[in-house]
Design a protein around this ligand. Structure first.
Ligand code: CAA
Length: 314
């Protein structure tokens, strides 16, 4: 936990302009990932526009950012309520939520897309903002599973395009995967790495390959846990206990799927299956199909492999 506090302090105190020319960041998509990215950038001193076309989702994002900023502030400024309040006020003053995506990209240095994991949706978005955003602006996708090069293919700025892949919960998870395609320029890559460090993340470099590093390992692990449950090897709870106490993971695989959202995990797992149709590892799970069809989506719906009350926070 001490490490987390250190990371958050570092993110807040580093001057963005001293490290990189990136001053303004536009995050498109106000879901769990987009709102987390916007929060971390704003609390690190960047001017941030959060664009989300769904009004309800934008309201939810605003509430969750404020709640999570308070959680961070409590940790960073344990000794002073006044400093904690200032931290929240400063971060919120750096953040501008909007429903107007086109206007949000007109004056910006970095655009981070965190919309639906659907190549057509991403292509439509990037091809529409490419002619509007400033020439120098870097485009990045937070995709978990799609090819960055394929997403970038609809733009004329392939040298200023890369992947910035965050982890949930964004304010807490220390890693940022920085993905460069064969067309990403050295300058763009350097700026993405430097920017990641100024928001307090530890960056790793990764080629544009399916699942990058973390999800390429996490996907088969979660799928194998589902199959283990289907084979009746152990209960979900015992498998979770085993991985927490036997392997030191903070959450077991079923707790993690509940946290990510079973529907979200299913979209990713289905993508893996399409990519590797003959692989036993990625064969769809009947339990997962049934639970998603029944609306048991994990923490967000109140029930997944476990039951949750309304106060459970994402
Ligand atoms: N914002 C700010 N702070 C948060 C937070 C959030 N969203 N969520 C949790 N925290 C803080 C809490 O306030 C708490 O702080 P204190 O220790 O100061 O009290 C701390 O984090 C721990 O939280 P909790 O006490 O609520 O619960 P916990 O100890 O079980 O930790 C967890 C929760 C951080 C989520 C931890 O269980 C964990 O690390 N789980 C694994 C998460 C993981 O694997 N993420 C990757 C998912 S895969 C992915 O993201 C890939 C992708 O492509 C999307």
């Amino acid at each position: 936990m001490a490490q987390t506090v250190l990371m958050l302090n570092r993110g807040f105190s580093t001057s963005p302009s001293a490290m990189t020319a990136i001053k303004h960041v536009t995050v498109i998509g106000g879901g769990i990932m987009g709102s987390g990215i916007a929060q971390v950038a704003a609390q690190s001193g960047y001017q941030v526009t959060l664009a989300e076309i769904n009004e309800g989702a934008l309201q939810t994002a605003k509430v969750s950012i404020e709640t999570n900023l308070k959680r961070v502030a409590k940790k960073v400024h344990k000794e002073s309520l006044e400093e904690a309040e200032k931290f929240v006020t400063n971060a919120l003053s750096n953040l501008r939520p909007t429903m107007n995506v086109m206007e949000a990209v007109q004056s910006t240095d970095l655009v981070i897309e965190a919309v639906l994991e659907n190549i057509n949706v991403k292509h439509k978005l990037f091809s529409s903002i490419d002619p509007i955003a400033p020439e120098h602006a870097i485009f990045a996708s937070n995709t978990s599973a799609l090819s960055i090069q394929e997403i970038a293919s609809v733009t004329k700025r392939k040298d200023r395009f890369g992947g910035l892949h965050f982890f949930n919960p964004v304010p807490v998870m220390k890693l940022l995967e920085v993905i460069r395609t064969p067309e990403t320029s050295d300058e763009t890559y350097g700026k993405m790495m430097a920017w990641g460090n100024t928001i307090g993340k530890t960056t790793i470099t990764c080629k544009d390959t399916p699942g990058f590093v973390v999800n390429r390992l996490l996907g088969p692990y979660l799928n194998e846990a589902l199959k283990m449950l289907e084979r009746g090897v152990a209960t979900a709870q015992d498998i979770d206990t085993a991985m927490k106490l036997g392997a030191g993971y903070p959450m077991g695989p079923f707790e993690l799927m509940d946290y990510i959202g079973l529907d979200t995990h299913k979209i990713v797992a289905d993508g893996w299956h399409r990519k590797f149709p003959n692989s036993h590892t990625f064969r769809p799970s009947e339990i997962l199909e049934t639970m998603v069809a029944e609306g048991k989506l994990g923490v967000k719906s109140g029930e997944g492999f476990y039951k949750y009350d309304k106060s459970s926070k994402l």
